[in-house]
Design a protein around this ligand. Structure first.
Ligand code: C5P
Length: 410
């Protein structure tokens, strides 16, 4: 197995901390996958982990002796634990048991793994695996929230059959998927980022326009593209505010998130986040909202076969932002989801909304668009365009952020 410097984790030094759960055996496969993705890997194990797998197996796969205790003087001589904590570009805890999550959340340092996690300044990713009742216990939920709030990346768990013959959320995410998630948030940034020192406001997701206390008008936007763009901008050194419609996505590391529901709330949150250097409107904002919200549930009348709902236009947040002269914006970017005539409609919107850049993608085709992880898109600006062939949204987001940085210089 050869580590490739050009893989998705090319050149990264990953400290893998293995917790004591039955899923520890999958951490062996994870070492292989991390190395295939280009990372150098060193392994530290808790005492519990050593009940499930041997340090020797990790040594064979990682190419380094696996560390098992704080009190091993020969290992400490080769590389002290503080040195190991400094060596790491990122720390990945897999499997992260309920106990280990609790100890990390509380900052304990009573064994090798907890000490390493406390001593390192590298970003932390935890990959939980446990019984579903332990995962859903309020204590674990609170510990995970604490770790997230501190910027830890939480990967999984998956839903499915568990070791004890039960089923539910608690399975360790598969090694390939863990690598993909780690690669999507590349931890090491060589040199200053492309957007270093700039403030970026990104809108993402759908909006929900409430009709009555139980019903709303929404759309199928998943928010994935906007979240990926926010994550990418943060990795490039920007200060990012992400105004998110109702979506179930994790906040990218280093991003400030403001949750909203309706177009009106999104408009307000975007306005409050300005001034900024760049606005990227990736949200699928509802074009219409009910004229009046019914405080009581709208009833079937018994006689009527149809129901007419009076809708009014929402303000175009993007066009408003682009027109504002007090917002300090150097670049305003819009999105256009189209089913046909993509180039024409996109260029029309570019001009009508006075944008600097518009990103158009085709919706309504399988494997791309709103709910997909992948997409293909074309960016248009006055006098130019660039095609982005089909790729995962996280990759496209990196490409788009690079283009944004270029257009800023133009
Ligand atoms: O005109 P259309 O809705 O296709 O334009 C899409 C672009 O405009 C997206 O960038 C979207 O975020 C933005 N938009 C907005 N406010 C609206 C409607 C769309 O900011 N009310």
């Amino acid at each position: 197995m050869t580590a490739s410097a050009t893989g998705p984790l090319g050149g990264q030094r990953i400290l893998l901390c293995v917790g004591g759960g039955i899923a520890a055996y999958k951490a062996l496969e994870l070492v292989r996958r991390l190395r295939e993705a280009g990372a150098q890997v060193q392994v530290a194990m808790t005492a519990g982990a050593q009940q499930f797998v041997t340090p020797l197996s990790f040594q064979a796969l990682s190419g380094h002796p696996a560390r098992t205790t704080l009190w091993d003087s020969s290992a400490e001589q080769a590389m002290g634990h503080l040195e190991l904590a400094r060596w790491a570009d990122r720390v990945v805890v897999a499997p992260a048991t309920a106990d280990l999550l609790a100890r990390l959340a509380h900052g304990l340092a009573d064994d090798l793994v907890s000490t390493l996690c406390l001593a390192t300044e590298a970003p932390l990713a935890v990959v939980p695996a446990m019984n579903h009742r332990m995962w859903q216990h309020p204590a674990t939920v609170a510990n995970v929230a604490v770790l997230r709030a501190r910027g830890a990346q939480v990967i999984g768990p998956d839903d499915g059959p568990l070791a004890e013959g039960e089923s539910g959320p608690g399975r360790l995410r598969e090694p390939d998927a863990i690598v993909a998630e780690l690669a999507s948030t590349t931890a090491v940034q060589a040199g200053p980022g492309l957007l270093q020192g700039l403030k970026v406001v990104v809108s993402a997701g759908p909006t929900y326009e409430d009709l009555d206390p139980v019903r709303y008008l929404g759309n199928r936007s998943s928010g994935k593209m906007g979240f990926a763009v926010a994550a990418s901008a943060a990795r490039q050194g920007a200060q990012v505010v992400l105004v998110a419609g109702p979506v179930q996505l994790e906040t990218p590391p280093g991003v400030r998130r403001v949750d909203v529901r309706s177009a009106a709330q999104m408009r307000e949150a975007v306005s409050a986040a300005l001034p900024a250097d760049i606005y990227i409107g990736a949200a699928a904002v509802a074009d219409y909202t009910p004229r009046a919200f019914s405080p009581n549930k709208i009833k079937k009348t018994g006689t009527g076969e149809t129901l007419a709902v009076d809708l009014v236009r929402t303000p175009d947040i993007l066009a408003e932002v682009a027109r504002r002269e007090d917002a300090g914006l150097k670049l305003v970017v819009g999105f256009a989801a189209e089913t046909d005539n993509i180039a024409d409609y996109a260029r029309q919107k570019l001009a009508a909304k006075r944008l600097d850049l518009i990103v158009a993608n085709r919706v309504g085709v399988p494997g791309a668009g709103f709910e997909s992880d992948d997409n293909a898109m074309t960016a248009y600006w006055p006098g130019g365009e660039r095609d982005f062939p089909p790729a995962p949204k996280v990759r496209l987001a990196d490409g788009l952020v690079e283009l944004v940085a270029q257009r800023l210089q133009a």
